[in-house]
Design a protein around this ligand. Structure first.
Ligand code: CTP
Ligand code: MG
Length: 230
């Protein structure tokens, strides 16, 4: 089943501390942004990519798309102050499609299998997001003191992609904008409408490149995959 993907790429990468958009940093000689784009370029089910960018980075990114022959990008609208605004600016330019995926440009290791499961689940239920089970013991803490140990079986760590039927995510974003609600992911906007959001079990490899040590994990994942492919 086909889908289009929205990739917010207009952040600053403050926690990476590289003094530039972290998506331009290399993993084994190739920019993080290109690693992510190639996943969708190579997925035959993906029929279009929307990239939210900073206006001052647009021409640099367009040159990168040419260099690495990324052909599926349909638009590169201006990102906004918050990630949610960046996603929304892509949605405003999109034409009606069945399924939209929203995926952090900073997560280059998502697999085609997980994407396919998300698209299928969103087609069936309206909304489906990627997540992994919490591995550590989880406790609720207030003022440095444990309040309670939370039942780990009910806790999931949420990632992207998050997949939606087009009309549902458009409505959720429009309502959020109208009332000035800012969520940390798209699912929160859909949850606010009272709509069920399903979870698809993802992989611990689908890490977000956020701080310096993530680059080390990232290169280790790429090396392991290269070995596995031999
Ligand atoms: N993003 C965006 N527009 C923003 C903020 C973030 O498009 N106003 C994008 C980032 O480029 C990234 C994704 O959203 O691909 C996830 O955000 P995050 O990991 O927080 O990246 P940054 O905001 O760039 O990093 P930081 O929060 O450390 O500054
Ligand atoms: Mg951020």
């Amino acid at each position: 089943m086909q889908y289009e993907v929205v990739l917010p790429a207009a952040g600053s990468g403050k926690r990476m501390g590289a003094g530039q958009n972290k998506l331009f940093l290399n993993l084994l000689g190739k920019p993080i942004l290109i690693h992510t784009l190639e996943v969708f370029e190579q997925d035959s089910k993906c029929t279009g990519i929307w990239l939210a960018v900073k206006p001052e980075e647009r021409s640099y990114i367009q040159a990168m798309l040419e260099k690495y022959r990324i052909l599926k990008v349909k638009g590169l609208p201006d990102g906004g102050a918050e990630r949610q605004h960046s996603v929304h600016s892509c949605m405003k330019e999109m034409e009606q499609v069945d399924i939209v995926l929203v995926h952090d440009a900073a997560r280059p290791f998502i697999s085609h299998d997980i994407i396919a499961n998300l698209v299928q689940s969103a087609h069936k239920y309206g909304a489906a997001i990627a997540g992994v089970r919490a591995k550590d013991t989880m406790k609720k803490v207030r003022d440095g003191v444990i309040e309670e140990t939370v039942d780990r079986d009910s806790l999931w760590m949420i990632q992207t992609p998050q997949a939606f039927q087009f009309d549902l995510i458009v409505e959720a974003e429009d309502v959020a904008e109208k009332v000035g609600f800012l969520g940390t992911d798209e699912a929160m906007l859909v949850e606010r409408l009272g709509h069920a959001v399903h979870i698809v079990e993802s992989s611990y490899e689908n890490v977000k490149m956020t701080t310096k040590e993530d680059l080390v994990f990232g290169e280790a994942i790429l090396r392991k995959r290269a070995l596995d492919a031999k």
